[in-house]
Design a binder for this molecule. Structure first.
Ligand code: GDP
Ligand code: MG
Length: 596
């Protein structure tokens, strides 16, 4: 295809503003998906995506569109909308020349609208502002058109209005995409360079890599090289999604499509990497490739210890499709054999956990999520801590924790509530802007550790669901952090060790000790529960001893009753874990690890 006739664009929006529904309408209007095959959110293929109504992996679809008399090719890239996947979003954007910035006409601008807009601006994309859901009775298109126009600096009359649900205005939007989005430019006779913006594992075909060709041409059977690793492959298949995979001879300047090389692991086909020829290839990669970096860790254990090999296999399989997932074996005195797993963020963690449980049928316990700490000892030795129970003891000179830049948007009546919440989470306010008379944007620097644990829920409840949040990592800060250990009868329960700010350590210790006292059954002897920082005990509770053993209730008489009781006791023991001399039912650990 002549690059002059190609338009590469994406739709960016806050979650639930109708991106996937709009994509559906476009697929229908351009005729690539027939009416009878149409189902809602066609592009959201993963079960979890469909159920939660979120888009995790991006997808690209090629659609024909005649604007006036000229046939054009539109490549639409549906981006993941969530904070955890910012890097993937940014690569999807880098594959486009323009974007549709979609805003719910009943909600207005939200935190991820802004985050995505900034990413689009960084990538120099042409931005087409669009209000969606104008069919809703609660829509306030004039008000939000003004808000949007003010934000991006255009005329309110330039803001398009559509209903992705009814299709109203969507044809006009496609015409505007052709009119406003620049055609891709590249050097046709240069060695091929293509940017990878997505790669997915398919059980039948291996890894399917999505690329945009920037220069030159990639053809069927070409030998290619990945510029970040130098790994070489043969192109077994090349083609376009329309919306199912359709093989082609090749892809040239400006075209978006997929490659299949037979590799089985997405880590061999990394988002952000540049594809070129093995021989006579380009020497300079496109843009900076970034390795995904896990930000949040959690210990994941099978409830039934014999599921450990199944858990390992499941993680291995998921990693084939998820270059950002990292894990290593870990042993816990309280929970047995499991894995320490690293995630991009909380949603990533939840999605992986859910997939492990649902797709692989595993029952799991996860420890409270923690961030990665940097620790420098007085003798200069550095530690990277991904498991709180491994926090070094001894002469610690300096502890660092990751921080994020957070953007919160809410109706102005909630400013006080948000400021109070951020304050208790050790936030530092960086700025505040009014988007309109009654809506405000607050900017904060916050420790990531304070966000990973129930921040979002707290925010929602304090603002009756009206606030939205987006954040991105911005580095590290030194902080007065300490490790709080929980001891049962003098033995540490590794799964409960936590790194907390020293001002919060006491409250944490008191809360955990009290919680465990409720959960741990009485034993033959008295069991002290202590919270301690190093050797200093900061909270203490006691589980009193039981006096009589279980058989004394039988008065020596009824044999069958006695046997029944013994069996029942044995049954119960199976799910008991020993912490030193103390028997703890696994349920107690699970309950203690759940938030609240
Ligand atoms: P996404 O998260 O941005 O992909 O949003 P979805 O496309 O999944 O839409 C979120 C919800 O809004 C779904 O329940 C859609 O049915 C609904 N929705 C999307 N567009 C419209 C619209 O134009 N009008 C109305 N009334 N509802 C819409
Ligand atoms: Mg979606």
């Amino acid at each position: 295809t002549d690059p002059a006739l190609i338009r590469n664009f994406c739709i960016i929006a806050h979650i639930d503003h109708g991106k996937s529904t709009l994509a559906d309408r476009m697929l229908q209007l351009t005729g690539v998906v027939e009416q009878r095959q149409m189902r809602a959110q066609y592009l959201d293929r993963m079960d979890i995506e469909r159920e939660r109504g979120i888009t995790i992996k991006s997808q690209a679809v090629r659609m024909p569109w005649a604007a006036g008399d000229t046939a054009h090719v539109l490549n639409m890239i549906d981006t993941p909308g969530h904070v955890d996947f910012t890097y993937e979003v940014s690569r999807s954007l880098a594959a486009c020349e323009g974007c549709v910035l979609l805003v719910d006409a009943a909600q207005g601008i939200e935190a991820q609208t802004l985050a995505n807009l900034y990413l689009a601006m960084e990538n120099d994309l042409t931005i087409i502002p669009v209000l969606n859901k104008i069919d809703l009775p609660a829509a306030q298109p004039d008000k939000f058109a003004a808000e949007l126009a003010h934000l991006i600096g255009c005329d309110p009359g330039d803001v398009l209005r559509v209903s992705a649900k009814t299709g109203e205005g969507v044809e006009a939007l496609l015409d505007e995409v052709v009119r406003q989005v620049p055609a891709p430019v590249g050097v046709a006779d240069a060695p091929a360079r293509a940017m990878i913006f997505d790669s997915v594992y398919d059980a039948y075909r291996g890894v399917v890599t999505y690329v945009k060709v920037v220069d030159g041409r990639l053809g069927h059977r070409d030998r290619i090289a990945m510029m970040s690793t130098g790994a070489t492959h043969e192109l077994l298949e090349i083609g376009v999604n329309s919306p199912e995979m359709t093989p082609a001879d090749g892809l040239s300047v400006g075209e978006v499509g997929y490659l299949i090389t037979g590799v089985k692991d997405v880590r061999q086909s990394k988002v952000g990497d540049t594809v070129t020829f093995q021989r006579g290839g380009a020497t300079e990669a496109l843009g900076g490739y970034k390795d995904p970096k896990p930000m949040v860790f959690s210990g994941i254990y099978p409830i039934d210890g014999s599921d450990y090999p199944a858990l390992r296999d499941a993680l291995e399989k998921l990693q084939l499709n998820d270059a950002a997932l990292v894990y290593e074996p870990e042993t816990s005195a309280a929970l047995g054999f499991g894995f320490r797993v690293g995630f991009l963020g909380l949603l990533h963690l939840e999605v992986i956990r859910e997939r492990l449980e649902r797709e692989f049928g595993l029952d799991l316990i996860a420890t409270a999520p923690n961030v990665v700490y940097g620790v420098t000892m007085e003798d200069g030795v550095e530690h990277t801590v991904t498991n709180p129970s491994e926090f070094p003891v001894g002469k610690v000179a300096d502890v660092r924790e990751p921080v994020v830049r957070a953007t919160l948007i809410a109706p102005s009546e909630y400013i006080g509530a948000i400021m109070e919440l951020c304050q208790t989470r050790r936030g530092v306010m960086k700025g505040m802007d009014y988007l309109s008379e009654e809506r405000v944007e607050l900017r904060y620097t916050l420790p990531l550790a304070e966000i990973v644990f129930d921040f979002f829920d707290a925010l929602k409840s304090k603002t009756r669901g009206y606030a939205s949040l987006d954040y991105e990592p911005t580095g590290e800060q030194a902080a007065a952090l300490v490790k709080v250990d929980i001891l049962l009868h003098g033995d540490k329960v590794d799964a409960f060790s936590a790194i907390v700010h020293k001002d919060k350590a006491y409250a944490y210790g008191v809360k955990m000790a009290a919680k465990l006292r409720e959960l741990i059954p009485r034993q033959q002897f008295e069991v002290p529960i202590q919270a301690a920082i190093g050797s200093r005990v900061i909270a203490r509770e006691t589980v009193r001893a039981i006096r009589k053993d279980v058989l004394s209730k039988c008065y020596g008489g009824d044999i069958s009753r006695k046997r029944k009781l013994l069996e029942k006791q044995k049954e119960g023991k199976k799910r008991m874990k020993m912490v030193g001399r103390v028997e703890v039912p696994q349920e107690a650990f699970i309950a203690a690890l759940s938030s609240d």
